[in-house]
Design a protein around this ligand. Structure first.
Ligand code: PLP
Length: 336
């Protein structure tokens, strides 16, 4: 038997999600922008899927949800767009992220640094958490954007995004959150606090790989990512990924429907498993359970090298990770 313990890297596509997607590969394969019935046959499913996606994050219709190819794209896009809008034009010169963001934020911030942008990397405390006060302490009148993830992919630590968003609102600074690890694990409601941009990715909540999204509040701006056609309101041209959109819609609906199960049953199973692991000598966890997403355990085994343990676990048929999958070819310790 093989055991999969790497759901923060990716999840299995739910069979119901796959079933909804399938017709859009082999029957309703028309380009939605064409002018015949092969095209119009795809429209109801796209509309329905987008409604489910909007509903999943409580986005009102006047806001935008732009479908992308993944969260890495959404994260790169929002930071680079801020660079074009604010840094390059000299209006502002500073962005703020945490030191434990996903590599798609950290590497993009480092790239912008090389282009002249000042970047503050906020530290985490001994529990792997961020103190919202550090955001307030580091904002200047030149700060264009704060980007802090909702939940960390390695520790599961849930960051105080509501509080941070409200601080950003107070200072008129744009706020982006990478909510990849939050969807389906904790309630996500973009109307319940101040947030301008929000990233998510379908393959983290039992949807297909190759489809994600960037939410943008009404009245905010993005530099178009892909020029060409008029798809996605002209922000991201290219023929729509119809099966991907349909799959993300269904996966979002199911993620929201199973949120209670995740927060109760999955949490219980996680806690029981963690209790057993902690009986092993010289083990410890960093972030307290109640401050973590319900599915995540980051456990340290003192004196044991992570990579060698992964090999041993793999030989025993157990898939786990020591860090972000996107940095797994890099044997350096993760910043988390
Ligand atoms: C917090 C976080 N952000 C972004 C990503 C990137 O997601 P994608 O694979 O859709 O590019 C991941 C995936 O590991 C993640 O965990």
């Amino acid at each position: 038997m093989r055991v999969y313990l790497d759901n923060n890297a990716t999840t299995i596509v739910d069979p119901h999600v796959f079933a909804e997607m399938e017709p859009f590969f082999v029957q309703n394969y028309g380009n939605p922008n064409s002018l015949h019935s092969f095209a119009s046959d795809t429209h109801p499913a796209i509309k329905q899927a987008m409604e489910k996606i909007y509903a999943g994050i409580h986005a009102p219709r006047e806001d935008s949800v732009i479908v992308t190819s993944c969260a890495t794209e959404s994260n790169n896009w929002v930071l680079k767009s801020i660079y074009f809008q604010y840094i390059l034009t000299g209006r502002k010169n500073h962005i703020m992220i945490s030191e434990v963001e996903h590599p798609s934020i950290i590497a993009t911030a480092k790239f912008l640094e090389s282009m002249g942008c000042r970047v503050t990397y906020l530290p985490i405390n001994h529990e792997g958490l961020i103190d919202a006060q550090t955001v307030r302490d580091n904002i200047t009148d030149k700060t264009a954007l704060v980007s802090i993830m909702w939940a960390n992919n390695e520790t599961g630590a849930i960051f105080p995004v509501e509080e941070i968003g409200d601080i950003c609102g107070e200072y008129n600074v744009l706020f982006h959150t990478d909510a990849v690890q939050a969807i389906g694990k904790t309630p996500v409601d973009v109307q319940s606090f101040n947030v301008d941009y929000l990233t998510f990715s379908a393959h983290k909540f039992h949807g297909p790989k190759g489809v994600g999204a960037l939410y943008m509040k009404k009245g905010k701006e993005l530099i178009p990512l892909l020029h060409g056609g008029s798809q996605m309101g002209g922000y991201r041209s290219g023929t729509l990924n119809v099966p991907g959109i349909v799959g993300m819609g269904k996966a979002m609906e199911q993620a929201i429907d199973s949120l209670d199960f995740e927060m109760s049953d999955v949490r219980e199973m996680r806690d029981a498993f963690e209790d057993e692991l902690l009986k092993i000598e010289d083990t410890f966890v960093v972030t307290p359970r109640e401050k973590r997403t319900p599915n995540t355990i980051l456990i340290s085994f003192r004196g044991i090298e992570g990579e060698s343990m992964l090999w041993d676990l793999n030989r025993a048929g157990i898939g786990a990770s020591t860090g972000s999958a996107c940095a797994s070819e890099d044997l350096e310790a993760s910043s988390v």
